[in-house]
Structure formats: C-alpha cells, structure tokens
Design a protein around this ligand. Structure first.
Ligand code: AMP
Ligand code: MG
Length: 416
C-alpha cells in the first residue's frame, strides 16, 4: 500500500479566478509528497529510476594513481640534468600489469594509460613528444612534476555522497556508480498511474465507430507519455458519460494505482462526470489556470489517490499533461522538481496575444528560428505529431512580431 495524500492537497488559494501557471506549479511543488516505497535495483536497471536513498562511494576513484596517457615515466627531479634524455629501463608498466621494481632517479620507464606509476615515477611524458635512440628517451617539452598522472581519489572519495536521493538516474550516473564500486541502489518503486478516458462518443481505436463516435486518442497518448516518464501504466479503459461507470473506474484506479489521470468530462457541463463525481465526494478542486490550451482541470483525491482530470481535447490534454502532470508525477515518485529549460529563438511567425495568460504553441525549431503550427485549434491532433517542442509565451507577454525572441522548449525537456 502506498502512502496516501490528504484531500486538500489540490486546494489552491481562494479568491483567485485564473491562477497563473507559475502559482499552480509552486502549489504542486510544495503540497505533493512522494507516495512510493523503495526497493533495491541492480546497476543495469538503474537508468531512468528515481534514487530513493543517497548513494555513498565504496571506493576512491581513481582507486590508485595511474598514468593518463601512453608515454614514459620518470622522477621529475631527473629533468634538469638530462639534456640527452634518460636511459630507459627494461620492462614496462601496463594497465592491470604494473612494473614491480623501482625506477631510480635519472632513468625512465615505458608506461601505458591506466597503469600505476612504479615507485620512483611521478611524471609521465607523452609518447608522441619523445625521441627514442639507443635505449634513451629524449624530449623537449616543459613538464610540471606530477604531469599526466591522475591522483588516487581525485575524482571520487570513498565514503562521500555520490548521488543524492531524488535524482533520476542516467547512463552517466551508472558509470559513476560502477567506478565507485556500487553494484545496486535503493530506488523508488515505479509510480503506478491509472489512465481513464471518458466520453460516450469515444471508442477504442480499431473498433467500428458509430457515425457520431471518435477514436480514443488520449489514452494511447497518455500511456506513451507515462511510459516515457518511467511510470507503470494501469489501463482503466474507457467509460461512457455515466456516473456509475465513472465511480466504478475511479474506485478501481484508487485501488490499483498511486495516481489517476483521466481525460474528458473535467469541465462543468451536464456530462462532465469526472468533476461531478469528485464534487459529490467533496473532493473536487477545479483548477482554472491562466493557460492556453487548457480548459479547467478537475483535480482531486479519490480514496487517497490524486486525480488529474484533464480536458478531453487531445491538444489540451497533451499540454496540460506536460506542464502540470509531469512535474507532479515526478514529485509523487520521489524525484527532484524539474523545470523544463528552454532557449530563445527568433519567431518565424507573428501572433496577437494579450497579457494575462501563458500560452503554449506547438512549435518546430528551424535553425535559429522557430515556427508554430498553422492552427491553434485545440482539436488539431496533427500539430502534436508535427511539433518537436513548444513555444511558451509568458503570462505578461503581449503580441509577438516576426523576428522577436521567443522561448522555445524542446519536447526532450519534458522527458519525451
Ligand atoms: P470534454 O472535455 O469531455 O468536453 O471533451 C472535449 C473534446 O475532446 C470533445 O470534442 C471530445 O469529443 C474530445 N475528446 C474527449 N475525449 C477524447 C479522447 N479520449 N480522444 C479524443 N478526443 C477526445
Ligand atoms: Mg466529454
């Protein structure tokens, strides 16, 4: 059983009609808490998982000092008196097969990358910088004492914290953990997210639709997003606009998952059963966010499981999932807060906009310019496939002229 959330975790401050996106996000950041337990996972299974406990290094890295290059090692004090070079000792020090003897001052030895310097060696000269003649190694480069030798522990110290709890682990982290001798780590259990589509007009893709029916686009889309975000998807299927069916599905979702994400029926119309069911249970917080696209969100907690009631329009559902659901799921799954990082590009479009709401336009980067999808209609699903990111126009932004700098955020910043 996962930890449950209190009913009021989505209660936005009263008296605000249209909440700015930033305020809504700040609210999610402070009120949501991790709900998943921890388990042990082997190194190879770590990328993409959320670290549930700090990882401590089990060994120094490098564990012993070693040569950074292929070359010749010697005692730095030998240098001033060696205009004709240094006599080369018999033997060599190779990675995994160190030279066991001592190199006397005034001599040099062959040493390869990764090899421990033998006793008497504190400096290495690059093999490309030397001339070898008659068993002597000569060079004319200035070298500091210790040059080209990596010191033991210069990268990682045994016993130090290597990665902090909350990090979503990467391939690079895995290299670091392995180097420090860490073969497994405590990670958060995957967040189980139940996905439900609502609407009497919505049928399963592949089925034969009636004349007034449409295919369910949101469930496959949300499933794909959740997959990319490392969640375990619990498929609740579709329900028609019917109170009993919605109640049943919410109950199933709360019993079998940590979080419920629904689409459709989240507004305040006659057939908006997600909001009305949550409202009846006194669990509804209608989020009117100053954002486009995005109708009201029906937020609530059903039997302890947070519910994100997204709008039915696929474009609005998609954008709200990226902007609100994703950071929330990260917090619920124990991960650090993450703000998608964009960069400024020249607008290859113009647009009428009034200050007072944030707008997300489906966008595509073209060199140092960004274009936006021809139609802003939130039913236009083709724009979702066309785009490789969004242009995020801030709350206070007015009209955009061609050539103005606008903030482009690639989809990769949203973890997809
Ligand atoms: P609603 O939020 O229920 O008022 O739905 C808004 C619009 O989105 C309507 O045109 C619905 O037909 C459409 N819609 C709702 N759910 C889905 C879905 N799962 N897939 C595609 N379109 C949907
Ligand atoms: Mg509907």
């Amino acid at each position: 059983m996962s930890k449950r959330l209190p009913n009021d975790c989505f209660a936005l401050p009263q008296g605000v009609n249209w909440t700015p996106v930033a305020d809504a996000l700040a609210h999610l950041r402070t009120t949501l808490k991790p709900v998943t337990g921890v388990e042990v996972a082997r190194l190879a299974a770590l990328p993409g998982r959320v670290l549930g406990q700090d990882v401590v290094a089990l060994r120094d890295h490098p564990p012993f000092s070693n040569s950074a290059i292929d070359g010749y090692g010697f005692d730095h004090r030998s240098l001033p008196g060696a205009p004709d070079g240094l006599p080369l000792l018999e033997g060599r020090s190779a990675a995994g097969a160190p030279f066991e003897g001592v190199v006397p001052e005034g001599s040099a030895i062959r040493i390869l990358t990764g090899a421990a310097p033998p006793l008497g060696v504190d400096t290495v000269v690059l093999q490309e910088d030397v001339t070898l003649t008659d068993g002597r190694v000569a060079f004319d480069v200035a070298l500091k004492a210790g040059a080209n030798i990596r010191a033991a522990g210069e990268d990682i110290s045994e016993g130090g914290t290597l990665v902090a709890s909350g990090r979503v682990l990467s391939a690079g982290d895995v290299a670091m953990l392995a180097s420090a001798g860490v073969a497994e780590a405590h990670v958060r259990k995957r967040l189980r997210v139940a996905v439900l589509s609502t609407g009497s007009e919505v049928v399963e893709v592949g089925a034969t639709p009636g004349p007034s029916q449409i295919f369910d686009a949101n469930r496959p889309m949300l499933g794909a997003l959740l997959d990319a975000w490392g969640c375990e998807v619990v498929d609740l299927g579709r329900v028609p606009d019917d109170r009993a069916a919605v109640l049943e599905a919410l109950g199933q979702g709360a019993a079998g998952a940590d979080v419920i994400v629904t689409s459709g029926g989240a507004s305040t119309g006659d057939e908006d059963h997600i909001s009305s069911c949550l409202a009846e249970a006194d669990a509804l917080h209608t989020w009117r966010i100053a954002v486009k696209p995005g109708r009201p969100l029906a937020m609530g907690v059903w039997d302890g499981a947070p519910v994100f009631g997204l709008p039915g329009n696929p474009v609005a559902a998609f954008v709200c999932a990226l902007v609100f659901v994703r950071p929330s799921l990260r917090v619920l799954s124990g991960a650090d807060w993450h703000e998608p990082l964009g960069f400024d590009l020249r607008a290859d479009f113009q647009k009428v906009k009034k200050p007072g709401r944030e707008e997300y336009l489906r966008a595509r980067r073209r060199g140092d310019k960004v274009e936006v999808f021809a139609s802003e209609g939130s039913g236009r699903v083709t724009g979702l496939g066309w785009a490789d990111g969004v242009v995020a126009l801030p709350h206070d932004q007015g009209p955009v002229g061609r050539g103005d700098l606008v903030r482009y955020i690639p989809f990769s910043e949203f973890g997809i």
